[in-house]
Ligand binder design. Sequence first.
Ligand code: IMP
Length: 197
Amino acid sequence: MLRAMRQADDDVWTGGLVDDLSQTLLSAAKIQARVVELGRQLQADYVEKDPLLVGILSGSFPFIADLVRAVNLPLEVDFMAVSSYGDRTSSSGVVRILKDLNSSIAGRHVILVEDIVDTGLTLDYLYKNLQTRHPASLKVCALLDKREARKREVEVDYIGFHCPNEFVVGYGLDYRGRYRNLPFIGVLRPEVYRKAE
Ligand code: IMP
């Protein structure tokens, strides 16, 4: 698996979308290795807790897919979709729920799975919203933590990587709906979004 992903980095992903990136921040192999570590950590912390992992769409879809396959425990997965960015590269601060959970989380051990925590506005809103639904516990697992950009203090319990204060894409993260399919994470050239905004 790792070997295949490394090859995907080296051979397939040249030109095209990749030309819009100024640098690769995290290779596919590095992401995969860290996601497995996070999965093992969850596995140790949630024995006999039957956790419910809540993925925040759309950005978290590759992360949660890889993460749950690294946790050897009975668990369930649900999704919420929220919108705070629209087509821009900075948060509007107004969070809208576009799709809510399919079932109740009352009494459940919930892990909120995010692609990236940037200003913290989305997570702050979601955390408070889910707390009102009386879960037995509520923790947050984010692949990337862009700490320097924080506007709201939020607690992230499981962090994949710290992220510099730049706009990044790939492995679920998008700009105007694109780049989610890159198996690695890179920094988007500012020219790409400056000319559009
Ligand atoms: P926050 O509310 O500013 O913390 O932003 C949360 C959401 O904004 C994330 O779940 C992402 O979908 C999106 N986002 C924040 N930073 C980036 C980035 O660098 N690239 C792509 N999406 C981002």
